[in-house]
Ligand binder design. Sequence first.
Ligand code: FES
Length: 105
Amino acid sequence: MSPLVDVCPLSELPPGERRTIAWEDFEIGVFNCDGELLAMEDRCSHDDGDFSDGEFVPERCAVECPRHGSWFDLKTGKPLNLPAYVPVDTFPVSVEGDMIRVEVD
Ligand code: FES
């Protein structure tokens, strides 16, 4: 069974907000896309850009890599434009009680 990592109470991550959590030696961005909770590794597949510094558009469920401008679909982890072309890992998100949890493996 995959470990579940606590993120924060649901009340602290309202629609349009995001936060980053650390897990072992990498970070995961957790996003509230207008009510849908999504998690994606916080490292661009192109050249290790840090998504936590990039623009997040909840209506599109997309985040921009600030290094070279590729946008990523937070539902699939797939880049939407060059130069990135390799998907980034995504993770299942659940809510237990009021706690948001990310399933990592
Ligand atoms: S590092 Fe993300 S687009 Fe280059």
